[in-house]
Design a protein around this ligand. Structure first.
Ligand code: NAD
Length: 519
């Protein structure tokens, strides 16, 4: 069995577009969806948390349960029971269930893409790619689990037998963000389950329905109910999971502020907790694209615009800064500004939309606030207009001339604002990147192989993309994750990822006297 990425839909075909719009109409007729707290076989309340359409905030997408500390404790207790069964199953059986879940997502892919359009204002191409990535995670980790079960080869000497195998850790708390509403919770949950752990999923409060669909698919695929529970809710439910002494691994993806708090809280070893928690924390970035004097600007401009503004800049991998050689800076700024001004800002459901609204009011206020700082401390060279009035829209903009210490240059904005800085050369560009606390993705446009090598050597980023856009990592092709304050952990969608969810055990046997009676 081998892995191949799930093919994305060909949206240039009218039939594909019509099928998606039909799925959206069907979904609309069913709104609001109901997403209860799901603990083992028990369906809890589906009230307390509402998710709304960022493009039309009066549209209620889902009415979900609001789990708190009590539900978190109950889910962990259930997961302990679930672990006893699931963790003792052979990898082949677990892999089959994960593949069953992938098949279920594939059957529902149009509907699930439509759900992301509504719940997170994710435009169709990104929504479709998100569903494909979720399928990929399930199938990739299913194969990795089989590989892991084989253990590792060790050196053997006469009279001694050495074996190394991997055992699941126990209960995994999965705490997910909203910006890849299906793929990211799916990746972390699938990895936990593939390795033989039980999982409790706490999705982002902005996207409970996508997570509900994931957990349904896992159950329908054959993962026992006690092995995966769903806790829709706010940060409080996540914090309760983090401090629970019966949780063994915390798999978190989200902001740096929350991630670092989790790392600190998880270090506690209260009385009665016989283990140290393992934390996987994938956090934010401030991703820079370097453009050298010899770059092909016809390639760089669309690559940068797409990386900065697709999904309104709300990808952790999105381009936030451009560091351009002074020899081509004016030309690049002029071209980027021109390309930004004509971007189509609109509703996610419209196929022509290039920049959708941001996720919520708070995000809109944050992004517009950074825009004001950019105007005060530098200049806005280009901005798209008009933007729709209702919905959490922010015009994509290019800021220039900002001092290095500006918050716009140093903090993660997570919205459609791109800062362009002129540098004297590649070394200075690398110095700027090196001085940032983040190291998630990065980009380089250059025609010189020596420059490519030099930059690849110098940049600390987890994923560097050369002469292309810097988003869209594919499972198995671009294992993904950041360094420094952008993340601690092995790369998602890569061969090391499952190792975080297991503990290695080595058994050494003296075989010299086997079979010889000792007495
Ligand atoms: N590195 C990556 O792979 C990656 C991928 C996607 C998103 N991100 C980052 O995620 C962020 C956007 O997502 P977000 O707004 O959902 O992030 P967030 O940190 O606000 O929330 C993430 C999750 O943590 C929960 N949470 C909040 N407070 C908590 C607490 N005290 N204890 C435990 N859990 C708590 C939230 O309810 C949510 O489920 C951006 O910073 C982005 O860069 C990183």
């Amino acid at each position: 069995m081998s892995f191949r990425n799930e093919p994305i839909l060909e949206l240039r075909r009218a039939t594909e577009r019509e099928a998606l719009l039909a799925a959206l109409r069907e979904l609309d007729a069913r709104l609001p969806l109901t997403v209860p707290v799901l603990i083992g076989g028990e369906r809890g309340a589906a009230a307390g948390l509402q998710s709304t359409d960022p493009g039309a905030p009066e549209r209620l997408v889902a009415e979900a349960g609001q789990a708190g500390a009590a539900e978190a404790a109950a889910a962990v207790e259930t997961a302990q029971r679930g672990f006893a069964d699931w963790g003792s199953r052979p990898a082949a059986q677990r892999a089959e269930a994960l593949r069953g879940a992938a098949a279920r997502l594939r059957e529902r892919r149009l509907e699930l893409a439509a759900l992301q359009v509504r719940e997170c204002a994710k435009p169709w191409p990104e929504a479709d790619a998100d569903v494909c990535e979720a399928i990929d995670f399930l199938e990739y980790y299913a194969l990795e689990a089989l590989e892991l079960e084989r253990g590792r080869d060790l050196i053997q000497v006469p009279g001694e037998r050495n074996r190394m195998r991997y055992a699941p850790r126990g209960v995994v708390a999965v705490i997910a963000p909203w910006n890849f509403p299906l793929a990211i919770p799916c990746g972390m949950t699938a990895a936990a389950l593939a390795a033989g752990n039980a999982a409790v999923l706490k999705p982002a409060e902005q996207a409970p329905a996508s997570a509900g669909a994931l957990v349904d698919a896992l159950h329908e695929g054959g993962v026992p109910r006690e092995a995966v529970s769903l806790l829709p809710g706010y940060g409080e439910a996540g914090a309760a999971l983090v401090s629970d002494p019966h949780v063994h691994v915390i798999a978190f993806t989200g902001s740096g502020a929350v991630g670092l708090e989790i790392v600190r809280a998880a270090a506690e070893t209260p009385e009665g907790q016989g283990h140290v928690k393992r934390v996987v924390s994938e956090m934010g970035g401030k991703n820079c694209v370097i453009v050298d004097a010899d770059a092909d600007l016809d390639e760089a401009v669309p690559g940068i615009v797409q990386s900065a503004f697709a999904y309104a800049g709300q990808k952790c991998s999105a381009a936030a800064r451009v560091l351009v050689h002074e020899a081509v800076a004016d030309t690049l700024v002029e071209r980027l500004a021109g390309a930004t001004e004509v971007l189509r800002v609109g509703q996610a459901e419209e196929f022509a939309t290039e920049v959708p609204p941001v996720i919520e009011r708070e995000a809109q206020e944050r992004v517009l606030g950074y825009g004001e700082i950019a105007e005060r401390e530098g200049r806005v060279a280009g901005r798209a207009a008009p933007v729709p009035e209702s919905g959490w829209f922010c015009p994509p903009a290019i800021a220039v001339g900002l001092p290095e210490r500006s918050a716009v240059n140093r903090e993660e904005i997570f919205g459609p604002l791109l800062s362009v800085t002129s540098v004297r050369g590649i070394e200075e560009a690398c110095d700027v990147v090196d001085a940032l606390p983040f190291a998630l993705t990065g980009g380089l446009f250059s025609r010189n192989p020596a420059t490519v090598e030099r930059v690849a050597e110098r940049l600390p980023v987890g994923n560097l993309y050369v002469n292309r856009g810097i988003t869209g990592a594919m499972v198995g092709r671009q294992p993904f994750g950041g360094n420094r304050r952008s993340g601690i952990g092995a790369k998602a969608g890569g061969p090391d990822y499952l190792l975080q969810f297991v503990e290695p055990r080595v058994v050494t046997e003296n075989t010299m006297r086997q079979g010889i009676p000792v007495e």
